[in-house]
Write a protein of this length. Sequence first.
Length: 103
Amino acid sequence: MADGMKMRTTLQGDTADVKVLMNHIMETGTRKDAKTGKLIPAHFINHIVATLNGKTVLEAQWGPAVSKNPFLGFRIKGAKAGDKLVVNAEDNKGEKLSGEATI
């Protein structure tokens, strides 16, 4: 997906504060189309993995109850300036989003 994620990191001592904004429709599968009255198929992020220098620091499973364009915030202890942070997400249709930032 184009423009999948926007990421910002700040370092405070040895703790990195990470903020990730994901561009995704996050459709629940229970809403009806206003014109046709048919259910809109579910389309949501269901798996997220964050790595710092290749080591997994966060893994999450989401469901359809997360809002459109979700925001994820977390902290990483032991981070240093110059460390590479990668966040990968996959949705229930197999589409992938990813973002990368240097702390």
